[in-house]
Design a protein around this ligand. Structure first.
Ligand code: FAD
Length: 435
């Protein structure tokens, strides 16, 4: 049996949060051999959102090392060799299968033991699979999910192999919308299926969704709403052939892509650390109830100061910022200092075709639509404000300039009062620009 490898700091998980944490460690000063990142993936941390976008483009698709962190936030790219240069150990293709937080040790699938003084949990999310619900035939070949670069490679191969074929996209969230667009760009015939009355129902209003659904329809994407996939048939090679819908319809498919949500990967730590709202509960410094264990990114349920409640956020901007906050807090604590509480303004975005939207704040309360949301407009530009207790608390904008996007971010942060809702609708973006 081999000896445990010991580190002062271990980050378990090698995704977005891990990469941004590593950069912050390097900034704050870390000695050679103090920090290790242990990742199940075979590659250094990268900007995961690229996988459903430029990674699948028909022409000059994005490939590693082009989108390693921290390019997504406009920072310097941390190439795989950056880690050893900084004395950071990048332990790849290594899945942790057991964590003993009391003993401060982790065990890998290959049986290696790693010990730490301080642990940062950055295991992210895993996709929800149709096989989890026992959907008939859901284990057929060419039914894809998308979380890691390996998944994207398999999907890319299938797109090339099934030239001009048919795809069914299950799910109407941002993964479903982005993948449908990129499949269409690859000249695949696309049908989207989702049970809700409109796409992205957790964020979009009916008016917002109507624009995107109309735009997708104009691009030739078929949308089937109000039903779900209940089974798949396959050909003699075991490849998916048909998708059976609950409403009785049957769709032909060479490729199926499923985007029905994710769940935080917390199973390793069950019963060892406090949880809340499906994630690992932390304070404003991403410290858990154990003083030597932190949790960042998708797995963290943290105090969202602006709204006075605990939230879990599965978006890239938060994964970056929470990672930086945790490392700053860890380093400050070593010097007997503190850092300011995390004060996050929720920010989500998506891009597909020539479209690009941003959302800031909270999508609660009444809504006001402004601008041109006609799908066939040559230059559609529109937005929505969410108003709660007489204040604007959230703002969405399609096709904003950087200045306009900053303006809606500011509105969501400042929460200005609204005297007259009709007036707000008329003013539209200029309301935000005045704040
Ligand atoms: P991840 O980046 O998922 O990293 C987790 C890492 O931990 C992975 O490397 C995983 O392999 C590893 N791991 C897990 N368990 C173990 C284990 N037991 N042992 C070792 N390693 C382990 N957000 C947006 O805001 N905008 C977008 O446009 C957007 N697009 C996205 C597109 C796709 C295809 C996906 C999948 C996500 C997208 N997101 C987007 C969400 C965003 O990528 C995540 O919120 C972000 O990656 C979370 O960072 P994280 O570090 O917490 O987790």
């Amino acid at each position: 049996t081999s000896m445990a490898k010991t580190f002062k700091y271990i980050i378990v998980g090698g995704g977005v949060a891990a990469g941004y944490a590593a950069r912050e460690f390097a900034k704050q000063g870390v000695k050679p051999g103090e920090l290790a990142i242990i990742s199940k993936e075979a590659v250094a941390p990268y900007e995961r959102p690229a996988l459903s976008k430029a990674y699948l483009f028909p022409e000059s698709p994005a490939r590693l090392p082009g989108f390693h962190v921290c390019v997504g936030s406009g920072g310097e790219r941390l190439l795989p060799e950056w880690y050893p240069e900084k004395g950071i150990e990048l332990i790849l293709s290594t899945e942790i299968v057991k964590a003993d937080l009391a003993a401060k040790s982790l065990i890998s699938a290959a049986g290696e033991t790693f010990s730490y003084e301080t642990l940062i949990i950055a295991t992210g999310s895993t996709v929800i699979r149709l096989t989890d619900f026992g959907v008939e035939g859901a284990d057929a070949k060419n039914i894809f999910y998308l979380r890691e670069v390996d998944d994207a490679d398999k999907l890319y191969e299938a797109i090339k192999a099934k030239k001009n074929g048919k795809a069914v996209v299950v799910g109407g969230g941002y993964i479903g919308l982005e993948l449908s667009a990129v499949l269409k760009l690859n000249n695949i015939d696309v049908t989207m299926v989702y049970p809700e009355p409109w796409c992205m129902p957790r964020l979009f209003t009916a008016d917002i969704a109507a624009f995107y659904e109309g735009y997708y329809a104009n691009k030739g994407i078929n949308i089937i709403k109000g039903t779900v996939a209940v089974g798949f048939t396959s050909n003699s090679d075991g490849e998916v052939k048909e998708v059976k819908l609950k409403d009785g319809r049957v769709l032909e498919a060479d490729i199926v892509v499923v985007g029905v949500g994710g769940r935080p990967q917390t199973a390793l730590f069950k019963g060892q650390v406090e949880e809340d709202k499906g994630g690992i509960k932390t304070d404003s410094f991403f410290k858990t109830n154990l003083s030597d264990v932190y949790a960042v990114g998708d797995v963290a349920t943290f105090p969202l100061k602006l709204y006075g409640e605990l939230r879990r956020v599965e978006h890239v901007d938060h994964s970056r910022k929470s990672a930086e906050q945790a490392v700053k807090a860890i380093k400050a604590a070593e010097d007997g200092k503190t850092v300011e509480e995390y004060d996050y303004l929720p920010y989500f975005y998506s891009r597909a075709f020539d479209l690009s939207w941003q959302f800031y704040g909270d999508n609660v309360g009444d809504t006001v639509l402004f601008g041109d949301n006609e799908p066939a407009s040559p230059k559609p530009k529109f937005g929505t404000y969410w108003i709660k207790d007489g204040k604007v608390v959230g703002a969405f904008l399609e096709n904003g300039t950087p200045e306009e996007n900053s303006a809606i971010a500011k509105v969501a942060r400042v929460q200005p009062p609204v005297a007259d809702v009709d007036q707000l609708a008329k003013e539209g973006l200029s309301f935000a620009s005045k704040i």
